[in-house]
Design a protein. Structure first.
Length: 80
């Protein structure tokens, strides 16, 4: 396996992590907001919805970094 193939697999993992992490965080926070009794009340003023959006946006780059590292390690182990 050449260095370019390893690099390509690592970038593919970064792309998958960039997409998968926000989806997983969206579902998790949506479930947690469902069980939160404060969400949807007049005193909430959209705080739960903004927390959902913020968590999804903030999870994209860490998800990409995790995907990159995991696939880089997997590709290097296959090479050895």
């Amino acid at each position: 396996m050449s260095g370019w193939q390893i690099f390509g697999k690592a970038l593919l993992g970064a792309l998958l992590g960039f997409i998968a992490a926000p989806i997983a965080i969206f579902v998790l926070v949506l479930i947690l907001n469902f069980f939160n009794k404060v969400c949807g009340t007049p005193g909430d003023s959209g705080g739960c919805e903004m927390g959902l959006a913020t968590a999804v946006i903030a999870s994209a780059l860490p998800g990409a970094a995790i995907g990159l590292v995991v696939n880089l390690i997997r590709a290097l182990r296959r090479r050895a």
